[in-house]
Design a protein around this ligand. Structure first.
Ligand code: DGY
Length: 327
């Protein structure tokens, strides 16, 4: 139902968005914004939802499996400001008759750029080097320390050859890397750009000097990079993750980094973030970022506009471009 007197759908926006996105949301909808950018809890969102027709959520909103069943009947659509939608259950939304949309495509390049940053940062000891300069310890460097790992010409394995995986592969090729990948099925020849397909993760792993995790977090992929998987990587391999933290078994990764079996890791995403496993902080051979894959003004604007476009299409009675639910 539209807001009284405005004829516009009522949208609850749970986090502060880019200024131009907020201006457009306020022009197109009867919008409730979050100017203080306070993280709203599940109960607060549910209580507010009763006064709205749609929700514009983010992947910061950790809502849990009770959220969608508890939504009030006024909510007809959830637009998530993320390509990943593991924080929302699509089957629950379908059962409840709530449409869900996400923001694919517009963050592919920004996220793939961060994957390369992680590859380079982990391989060349960027965190360590940054600390040496800041702490005025440059004088401790010698011809033998620090010693990084080559990236150019190495084998890059990609777990999940979707849009972002393919963009990482293109960047890897620019570094002269040989690309291997595992996906549920091989991608079209023109998208694979010569990458070598492995039908099983176990076949991909021994071919990875670097493993880039780019698959979605699903019941099938959660915990997939576990102790057995890590043991199949060559000794001295490097693991980077720009997808979701729960694809990795933290204990197994920390053990492999501590023992030196893996040379390094680069992580932009963590299980339970921002409350990460504290053991990561004690490791020197790790390059960590606070989930910044899509964090550029152009990308965050494009994501916000995509959410608005999807909401407008829905309330006009059209099929939203990025509809995830079957309606
Ligand atoms: C996404 O869009 O899924 C990014 O990881 C940001 O949450």
């Amino acid at each position: 139902m539209a807001a009284a007197g405005t004829g516009k759908p009522r949208i609850l926006v749970t986090r502060k968005m880019m200024p131009e996105v907020e201006r457009r949301i306020s022009a197109e909808f009867h919008a409730t914004l979050n100017p203080d950018d306070r993280q709203m809890g599940r109960d607060e969102i549910l209580a507010e939802a009763g006064h709205h027709d749609g929700l514009l959520l983010t992947s910061f909103d950790k809502l849990g499996p009770e959220f969608i069943p508890a939504l009030p009947p006024s909510i007809r659509i959830i637009a998530t400001h993320s390509v990943g939608y593991d924080h929302l259950s699509i089957p629950q939304a379908e059962a409840k008759g709530v449409a869900v949309t996400n923001t694919p495509d517009v963050l592919t390049d920004a996220t793939a750029d961060v994957a390369l940053l992680l590859i380079l940062g982990a391989a060349r000891g960027a965190s360590w080097g940054d600390r040496m300069v800041r702490e005025n310890r440059w004088g401790e460097t010698t011809l033998l320390t620090p010693m990084g790992h080559d990236v150019s010409g190495q084998r890059l394995g990609i777990l999940g050859m979707g849009r972002i995986g393919q963009a990482v592969a293109r960047r890897g090729r620019a570094f002269g890397m040989t690309i291997h990948y595992f996906s549920r099925k091989p991608v079209a020849v023109e998208d694979a750009l010569g990458a070598i397909y492995h039908p099983r993760l176990e076949e991909l792993l021994p071919n990875c000097d670097f493993l880039s995790i780019n698959c979605a977090s699903t019941p099938e992929t959660r915990g997939m990079v576990n102790a057995q998987a890590l043991a199949l990587l060559p000794k001295g391999a490097i693991v980077v993750n720009t997808a979701r933290g729960d694809i990795v078994d933290d204990g197994a990764l920390i053990a492999a980094l501590s023992s030196g079996r893996l040379a390094a890791a680069g992580l932009d995403v963590f299980k339970g973030e921002p409350n990460i496993d504290p053991r990561y902080r004690a490791l020197d051979n790790i390059f960590m970022l606070p989930h910044i894959g899509s964090a550029t003004p152009g990308t965050r604007n494009a994501m916000g506009h995509k959410c608005i476009d999807n909401l407008l299409q829905f309330f006009r009675g059209e099929r939203p471009t990025d509809l995830l639910t079957r309606t």
